[in-house]
Each structure stands twice: as structure tokens, then as C-alpha cells.
Design a protein around this ligand. Sequence first.
Ligand SMILES: [Zn+2]
Ligand SMILES: [Zn+2]
Length: 407
Amino acid sequence: MRSGIKNLFLAFILTVGYFFNSYSQETENVMIVIIDGARYSETFGDPSHQYIPEMYELSNQGTIIHNFYNDGVTYTSRAIPALWCGAWTEVRDTLYNGSWTNYAVMPTLFEYYRKQKNQPAEECYYVLKYIPDLWLPSFDPDYGPDYWPEFQSMGSTDNDVAYQTEYVMDNFHPHFLWVYLADVDHAGHSGVWSEYTEAIINADQIVGQLWDKIQSDPFYANKTTMIVTNDHGRHDPQHGGFSGHGCGCEGCRHIQFLAIGPDIKVNNNTNQYRTIPDMAVTASHLLGIDPEKATGQVMHEILNSNSISEHNSKTSIVKIEKIYPNPFKQNTRIIYQLNGNKQVLLKIYDFTGNKIKTLVNEVQTAGVKEVDWDGSDNNGIILDSGVYPFTLKANNTIIYDKLIIIK
Ligand SMILES: [Zn+2]
Ligand SMILES: [Zn+2]
């Protein structure tokens, strides 16, 4: 009887393992909504959620990161490019089409997406109010203007931007949409509390409306991930209050992060510390692209574990050749191939996402690599039976898989 149960358990684990490996991501489209300058204490940091009823309700179907931070400069002109690039990029002035503006030195998510997926501009829209001298993506020699998004810069309010977003969705059905809502920051700078909170309420309703739009269009429904975040917060009361921002106080740094979509964990709250560069890198992962110059990390804790195996392909900078044996009792070997010299990081986690062992952390040369694991943690303690996810990272490409110990 006991061995029967054990065999049943083994069969179950093997079946789960099979499905983990055979699933791929379901996200085909990504919409990123930036609400400029909403402080966390008025969004998910407010237990009453009085200004964000729509996003709070949506969070039941998605994931909130409670410790999401601007870890760089809490000005719009630096934080927005960081959100684009997945890195705190340098920003430079330039004369473009006869007027002065700024551009990001590092390539943006738009450029990675269009170049790596060979997509025309109509597949990648940036929707925002009318701005005469738009801040520009990069002039990076590998990317640059040939891969910039289509800018839909019209109207003057967040409601205009919502209208234009729906117009773009109806008429062009882009796979990748970036929506920028500016009104909360403007209202905050007015110093009138009710204007600020009303702008948040309005932005919140727009987010709810855009999600309804996604789910009511068969092109987008159930295959679109929406991410809602901020560029910065606002000063907390000890540092000047909500009318301003720009320093390193908790109010300026602490921002919201909400994600919802087919690969995002449902009704999930995480307290893991995450920062602005991680947003674009995670969005890249969902879009199936490699943001090669970004510094952020993929936030695996928000993703369904059966959705995040990357497809191995000949062009991958790293791919797993074999894990054998797996499941294992005493020792297993991971064999992987590196295409070029890479900084390699191989970490094993427990099922709740705690890192338990770092197997590789070094620059490795191209070729086939082998690493053995005896099922012990960083303290040398042999672990119990269970499923142990691991990440194999080579530069910015991450492969996710798991190891199974059966005693
Ligand atoms: Zn801002
Ligand atoms: Zn501040």
C-alpha cells in the first residue's frame, strides 16, 4: 500500500514535470500603463483602496508587488527612460527635427521588440497626450530610430489618452502598447489634495476601462498582459508633502506595481523588493525578447511557474542540453550550452521562491558546460523530496526549469 502511494506520488510528480516543460507562455500582447507620480500611500499602500477601486478589484486576478521602488532618480525625465530601457540609462539633449529634446542612450523595450521580432512600427504604439517635443528612444547603432514605436501623441488629458488608446486598439491592433497618463502628477503639483486624489481615481477608472477593452476584443482577450506602474511617487509629509517629488524619501521612491494576464499569478501579493529596471525586463520576457543591455531582472515570482520556460532555440545564447537524472535521489547533472563568453548565474530555489543554492556565478567561455548538484543547500544541508525551481542566467537571457528530488 505504501509503495503504491509512493508510486502514485512519483507518477504525479513526473506528470507535473512533463507539463511544466511542455507549456509555453500564453502572452501574445503587452500593455504597459504608466501613471505619472502617484504615491504608493494613495494606491496599494492605502488599506482602504479608496482611490483605486478598479485596480484593487483587478488585483484579484493578478499580482501586486508591495515593495516596488524607484531606486534611481525620482524625476520623470529620468525615470520614464529607465522604465523604457530596463536600466537607469543616461539621458542626453539633442536637436531633433528643429527643436531641442532628450533621448535615452540605451536601447528601449520598443527597439528590442521591433528589431528582435522584426515588427513594423504599427505593432508597437506609444500613446500619450500631445507633446510638441517628445522625449526620444535611443540612437544606439544596433537599434535606434528604425525601431522606434509609433507615437500617438494627441489630446491633453488622461481621458483623451484613454480614447486614443482604444482608437489605436480598434484600428491597428498592435501587439505592444505603452500608455502614458500624466494627469496625476500635474494635479499633485497643484498642491490641492482633492485634485490629486481625483486624478488618481480617474486614472484608476481608465485602467479598469482598458482592461475591459482588452478582454472584450478577441484579438487581445486572455492573451494580453497589462502592467500598471509609476515613474516616481511624491514626497512624504516629512519631506515636503505630496505637492512635490524628486528626492530619495520613501514617498518619492515607493511606487505601485500591478500585473494581470495569462502568465501572471492570480490573486497574488509579493513583498519581494523590486525596482523600476525589473519592469521592462519582465515585460521583455513576456514578449519573448532579450533586452541585452538592460540591468533589471525577470520577476519570476509574479509569473505562473508553468509559463516561464523559455523555448530553447539554436540562436539562444544559452540552452539546456540535458538534466540527468531528474527526478534524482542523490546527485544530478545539468548540461548546458553557451553561445559565447557570458556571465553565468545558476541559482536553485525552493518552492516558495527562496534562494537555497548558487551553483554557478562566474564568467564562462563558449561551449558545453556541466554542473553537478548533490541536493544540498548553501549550508551543505541535504534537502528533502520536492520540486526545486532553478534559473540559469547568461547575461540577460534567463532559462527557468526545475529539479525534482525523490528520496
Ligand atoms: Zn513623473
Ligand atoms: Zn521626496
